[in-house]
Design a protein around this ligand. Structure first.
Ligand code: AHR
Length: 494
């Protein structure tokens, strides 16, 4: 029954906390990411609460989304917060120049974002405008959101919210090397210092400042930011998208693919491990105490858009392949949890590797959603180091370890083990020694399907969803699991 994997799970030497903020989600003013996907405003035909659709909010609540990053992305460096507050009829209608050239009604602005957070039960990660905004505009936005008193606090009260909002995370621009202003690393690091100076938290509160980090393997960017600006920062970001079939621009078909494209995609996801390792080595040089955390605040698959969808809306279907991309990432983040204390999948609804797809009244949960749901016990759990001695899987030039995994001791006291079999053809038998753990029972769930490209559609919304898993046994300090091909398995041991 397949090539075996041997593993050791070190419950006797627990590691760092698996920060719940690793499950942060990114929601940008892009395509139907906000409008239609989250916000339906006065559209009475779609049940909503204060404009936000009830079905989507309920699905997000079920994931315990810890933090939402908003309003971009590239949109953030062109966004002027003043245009999105106050009476809706007075808000200017702008053009979303970066995403599709469509109109941006500004119906969702700061106060609506905080209403969304309230409904979902998440915290704010607001990305400021460094690209074409001033430090003063940024400072006033922070004041509008957080000040207990003063003219801007009064304006906020007039707009319906007397109490200051909590802004635990603030991004100093986005992708300053690209859409955020095409800056050189040295210039961006100086600009970051300058803008960071004026982000001030009211007494008794804290705003963690996150700098716009590197793209993929731009190690010089990380080096420069850390050397020049680390003392002004709480975190540095990293953006890396899984881009199969030759990289940028995205060309891969989200649904119609074969095994070569499967292997290409998963190998690209596995590459995140090397990228984080190298960026972290640079951060370690400047910040050996690991005060500044790495926020991988954009990750996920980026394919060619679904046929017939609006150009620039980045709408893509999501298959079992995306589920594996998600579990691979969540496992890699466990390995680096000491430094990686926040990540954000791109994006929440209807954009790129989305959790949820909507079309008018209809909503569907993607395979990626199901992985996030299965991995919920990882939130704020303690990482248990795992060693995996696994055979290699490959197709053509694309090779990788066949099994990905991570283990944690959850806040519920149970040990949770995630194991994914990347091989779409062969099962894999994992025998794991449990050091320091005498578990008596194991229960589990599996996400798999007969086709690599299995996905949920509005007509067949439950084609792929988690099912009970009975292929694991535990006895005498050993866990034995037979992973079916192309599967994500999550086990609970106690
Ligand atoms: O997520 C889509 C875009 O990808 C973001 O706006 C930008 O930051 C990145 O290039």
């Amino acid at each position: 029954d397949g090539t075996p994997t041997s593993a050791t799970i070190h419950a006797d030497t627990p590691g760092p906390v698996y920060d719940r903020r690793i499950f942060t989600q990114f929601a940008e003013h892009l395509g139907n990411g906000i409008y239609g996907g989250l916000w339906v405003g006065n559209d009475k035909s779609i049940p909503n609460t204060n404009g936000f659709r009830n079905d989507v909010v309920a699905a997000l609540r079920n994931l315990s989304v810890p933090v939402i990053r908003w309003p971009g992305g590239c949109f953030a460096d062109e966004y002027h917060w003043r245009e999105g507050v106050g009476p809706k009829a007075k808000r200017p209608v702008k053009v979303n120049t970066h995403w599709g050239g469509v109109t941006e009604p500004n119906s969702v602005g700061t106060d609506e974002f905080f209403e969304l957070l309230r409904q979902v039960g998440a915290e704010a990660y607001v990305a400021g405008n460094v690209g074409n905004g001033t430090p003063q505009e940024m400072a006033e936005w922070v004041e509008y959101m957080t000040a207990p008193a003063g003219t801007l606090a009064e304006e906020r009260a007039k707009n319906g919210h007397k109490e200051p909002y909590a802004v635990p995370y603030f991004g100093i621009g986005n992708e300053l090397w690209g859409c955020g202003g095409n800056m050189r690393a040295e210039y961006a690091a100086d600009v970051t210092r300058r803008y960071a100076t004026f982000i001030k938290a009211p007494r008794g509160t804290k705003i963690l400042k996150i700098a716009a980090g590197a793209n993929v393997d731009d190690y010089n960017w990380t080096e420069t930011m850390m050397r020049v600006a680390a003392d002004q920062l709480d975190a540095l970001s990293l953006h890396y998208y899984t881009l199969p079939q030759g990289g940028w621009p995205p060309k891969a078909d989200p649904v119609n693919f074969g095994e070569t494209e499967w292997a290409d995609t998963l190998a690209k996801a596995v590459h995140m491990d090397e990228l984080i390792t190298k960026h972290v080595a640079i951060m370690d040089k400047y910040d050996p105490k690991k005060r500044v955390f790495l926020a991988v605040d954009e990750w996920g698959t980026w394919y060619a858009q679904d046929p017939g969808t609006h150009p620039g809306f980045l709408r893509q279907q999501n298959t079992l392949r995306d589920a594996l991309v998600a579990s691979i990432h969540l496992d890699i983040f466990a390995k680096h949890a000491e430094r990686v204390r926040m990540t954000a999948i791109a994006q929440m609804v209807n954009v790129l590797q989305a959790m949820i797809l909507t079309d008018g009244k209809k909503m569907v949960l993607t395979p990626t959603y199901h992985v996030f749901e299965m991995y919920k016990p990882w939130q704020d759990a303690t990482v248990l180091p795992i060693e995996l001695d696994t055979p290699w899987y490959g197709k053509g030039q694309f090779t990788m370890p066949a099994v990905s995994g991570s283990a944690v001791r959850g806040k519920d006291g149970k040990v949770h083990v995630g194991l994914s079999n990347l091989d779409p053809n062969q099962p894999n038998t994992v025998t794991a020694k449990l050091d320091g753990l005498n578990a008596a029972t194991v229960a589990g769930r599996i996400l798999t399907a007969s086709a690599m490209n299995a996905h949920n559609s509005f007509d067949a919304p439950e084609t792929i969803k988690p099912a009970p898993f009975t292929g694991a046994q535990v006895s005498g300090g050993t866990l034995s699991v037979t992973l079916p091909p192309k599967s994500v398995v999550v086990l609970d041991l106690q």
